[in-house]
Design a protein around this ligand. Structure first.
Ligand code: DAH
Length: 367
């Protein structure tokens, strides 16, 4: 019995002396764990006489309970101390300046794509896409390019090695193949449903490629194509649509003029010029007495419609294509085209746009 008293005094002292939770646990295991001092004595109960057991049992149990309680009390104190220490060491100084989080920026080309999508979207155009790797049919033949057209030359176009069928795929030289793909898909839908061809009104933004590299040309560049097809569209719609576009895009009233031109896939074809003036080094788009070519356009050639099985006596429309890199340079005063493709962080930070304020259909360009 004296022994139990001694154990209680000693273990309780050790419990109260434990300076942290780990030390407390050590004391607990040494006394009350499976092979702890008290547990071992508990085991000897089995070998005692019933009388001894009646005497010892309750005392041992009481000892165990008291020690458990002492451990719990000490644990509470130590836990509170640990929490206080943590709170004291984790003080947050809310007056410190926030550390800068690096944010990405939207490339000017992506910005102009987004702006074009919003401006044309507002006029009812959807966005269509096509592959960068094209066949001769989509890039040239269906667009009414004659067999010997210079664009079909190796000097102008990146061709792949001939495939198993002997045909060479190519990197599309313009976004116009998306016109053909869009028309084909519409024809297929019409055939499937038995309904008439639905009106088409799409823009197709994307990458384009030509064997060209100098100050104003890069082997990869970007275009936005446009296509409108229905039964009644005429040249007046073409002119109005594109005139509206450039004023919306440059966010100022822009003078336009249409000059006759030639493209295989349109008839008649035109180039659209916009008015500008030079003030010192600066180019000011809008008014002024100088003209700058900005895009190609025209009424879709009957042969293009025929190439996809659309009757040109019923359906007609217009198409246009413009260089996005140049539009971005003009609008945002970017002097060198090659910087677009240099992946220079400083340049991207300077000329890039916030991902959090991208143009959208409800807010327009200046969101
Ligand atoms: N595909 C032409 C080019 O890359 C641009 C173009 C001109 C597209 C007239 C058109 C168009 O859709 O009608 O130079």
């Amino acid at each position: 019995m004296e022994n139990l008293q001694e154990i209680q005094t000693r273990v309780e002292a050790a419990i109260n002396a434990a300076s942290d939770l780990a030390a407390l646990d050590e004391v607990r295991v040494a006394a009350l764990g499976k092979k702890g001092e008290v547990s071992l004595i508990m085991r000897t109960l089995g070998g005692m006489t019933p009388e001894q057991r009646t005497e010892f049992g309750p005392k041992l149990n009481a000892l165990k309970n008291q020690l458990n309680e002492a451990v719990a009390t000490r644990r509470e104190i130590l836990e509170e101390q640990a929490l206080n220490a943590r709170l004291a060491s984790e003080v947050i100084d809310v007056t410190l300046p926030a550390s800068p989080t690096p944010t990405g920026s939207i490339h000017p080309v992506s910005q102009v794509f987004a702006e074009a999508a919003v401006i044309f979207g507002d006029m009812g155009f959807a966005v269509a896409e096509g592959p960068d790797i094209e066949t001769d049919f989509y890039n040239f033949t269906a667009l009414n390019f004659p067999p010997k057209h210079p664009a079909r030359d190796m000097h102008d176009t990146f061709f792949f090695e001939p495939g198993e069928d002997g045909a060479r795929k190519l990197l599309r030289t313009h976004t116009s193949p998306v016109q053909i793909r869009t028309l084909q898909a519409a024809v297929q839908r019409a055939e499937k449903s038995g309904a008439a061809l639905e009106p088409i009104r799409i823009i197709a933004p994307g990458r384009t490629y030509r064997c060209d590299s100098d100050q104003t040309h890069t082997p990869m560049f970007h275009q936005v194509e446009g296509l409108v097809i229905d039964r009644e569209t005429h040249m007046g719609h073409l002119k109005g649509c594109l005139a509206d576009f450039v004023s919306a895009f440059f966010e100022t009233s822009v003078k336009t003029r249409f000059r006759p031109h030639h493209f295989p896939f349109t008839e008649p074809s035109a180039e659209m010029d916009i008015g500008y003036e030079r003030v010192g080094d600066e180019i000011r788009i809008g008014q002024g007495d100088k003209w700058m070519e900005i895009l190609g356009c025209g009424m879709v050639h009957p042969n293009v419609l025929r190439s996809v099985g659309v009757d040109p006596d019923i359906y007609q429309g217009f198409a246009f294509g413009m260089g996005v890199d140049r539009l971005a340079m003009l609008k945002y005063g970017i002097p060198d085209l090659r910087d677009f493709f240099a992946s220079d962080q400083n340049w991207l930070t300077h000329y890039g746009f916030s991902p959090l304020s991208q143009p959208n259909l409800s807010t327009g360009l200046s969101s």
